[in-house]
Design a protein around this ligand. Structure first.
Ligand SMILES: Cc1cc2nc3c(=O)[nH]c(=O)nc-3n(C[C@H](O)[C@H](O)[C@H](O)COP(=O)(O)OP(=O)(O)OC[C@H]3O[C@@H](n4cnc5c(N)ncnc54)[C@H](O)[C@@H]3O)c2cc1C
Ligand code: SF4
Length: 349
């Protein structure tokens, strides 16, 4: 039997789960494949976080400092998990470093990847046109406090976001809504309007899906205070004409074709299961869902147990999630893992 809980993935979910386990009095060992903790908000260069515009790097550094302050929490970077044997209460976890660890429970927090907009269809010409960017490309510019059209090096006069790129798309199998991209696009539009006041900002959407309080925190201020224009329409093509881009599609409210010039087009790419999430499902012997995220065993009332007793999951490894959901599920996974180890039972708690 072991009292330790191994947490796989050092993003917001894994950091919170490892801290939670230590706070509840058991040793936690956090395994991260990269050289540092912080997850996607750090390595994808997120600037300000929704909905409070908090600096992403400072927020992640504060989480990491909290974790490092717990003597019961141990961190191993540049490491991943290659095997799991045994059973709840007495697992043996094989590491890529050739060592193994004994653990009473395991928490998977291996997160998501951004949809690659050039992978399936090329209608947005992401890899052809330098001025077609993704949400995370623009985050990197916002983090550097400089919004510039890549091909000219000048601030944009017209910028737009195209929603639901790689989400809600049955043709490519990504049927889910990625939950965060309507809010992230609105947040970015506010930031661009503040940094480049003369720039006109448009968001082309199928449905606006604001997440809980983001409706009043982001959506209404974007329109009423920052004059971002929301246009219900389907964009079917991004073309180059002269030195500008042109977005083409249909204005579905007016029922007529739409063709507008833009300096920059931002693709609101969705969330997909990360390569690590897909591979850990196999390594740990837990069921993925039909999309490759980890299947929660008993939703909606138990969202963090998996098909293998003693293995829990949290954060975006379970499906699209914002940070509030991520942190909540990490706390739930930590609580259930500690309860299971303490009870010394093989039943799912
Ligand atoms: C463009 C964009 C902007 C966003 N901005 C916001 C925002 O402003 N506010 C907000 O609330 N939410 C935002 N989100 C959502 C937010 O990024 C996620 O909720 C959050 O990152 C999920 O945290 P996580 O720890 O589950 O996953 P991740 O952040 O993806 O972290 C997963 C970690 O696991 C590691 N890992 C993966 N596989 C392995 C493995 N096999 N072994 C070891 N380690 C592994 C990875 O290296 C990574 O460090 C945004 C999402 C997108 C797409
Ligand atoms: S959050 Fe908005 S942009 Fe993202 S998939 Fe859902 S509806 Fe589309």
């Amino acid at each position: 039997m072991s009292e330790s809980v191994v947490v796989i993935g050092g993003g917001p979910a894994g950091i919170e789960a490892a801290r939670g386990v230590a706070d509840l009095g058991l040793p936690s060992i956090l395994i991260e494949q990269r050289e540092r903790l912080g997850g996607t908000p750090i390595f994808a260069n997120y600037a300000a976080l929704t909905p409070y515009f908090e600096d992403a790097e400072q927020a992640m550094d504060a989480m990491i400092a909290e974790l490092n302050a717990r003597p019961l929490a141990e961190v191993r970077t540049n490491t991943t998990v290659t095997g799991l044997s045994g059973e709840a209460g007495a697992f043996t976890v094989e590491l890529s470093t050739g060592e193994s660890l004994e653990a009473g429970a395991v928490i998977v927090a291996t997160g998501f990847d951004h949809f690659d907009p050039g992978r399936e269809r090329q209608i947005y010409n992401y890899y052809q046109y330098p001025d077609v960017l993704t949400l995370q490309d623009l985050e990197a510019q916002l983090k550097a406090h400089e919004v510039l059209v890549p091909s000219t090096g000048k601030p944009p006069e017209r910028i737009c976001w195209v929603q639901c790129v790689g989400s809600r798309d049955r043709n490519i199998g990504n049927e889910w809504c990625s939950k965060v991209c309507c809010g992230i696009a609105s947040k970015q539009a506010i930031e661009v309007r503040e940094m480049v006041p003369g720039c006109r900002a448009y968001i082309f959407y199928i449905d606006m899906r604001m997440y809980g309080y983001w409706e009043t925190q982001l959506y209404w201020p974007a329109q009423e205070k920052h004059h971002v224009q929301y246009i219900k329409g389907i964009i079917t093509e991004v073309l180059e004409r002269g030195d500008r881009l042109v977005v083409r599609g249909e204005d579905t409210t007016m029922g007529r074709p739409l063709e507008v010039p833009m300096d920059m087009v931002i693709l609101s790419v969705g969330m997909e299961p990360s390569a690590g999430t897909k591979s850990m499902a196999g390594v740990l012997g837990i069921e993925p869902n039909r999309y490759g995220f980890i299947e929660a065993a008993k939703p909606p009332l138990d969202t963090v147990s998996t098909s293998r007793t003693g293995v829990f999951a949290c954060g975006a490894a379970l499906g699209p999630a914002d940070l509030e959901d991520t942190i909540s599920s990490a706390g739930a996974a930590a609580g259930k893992a500690v309860a299971l180890v303490r009870r010394g039972t093989l039943q799912t708690v």
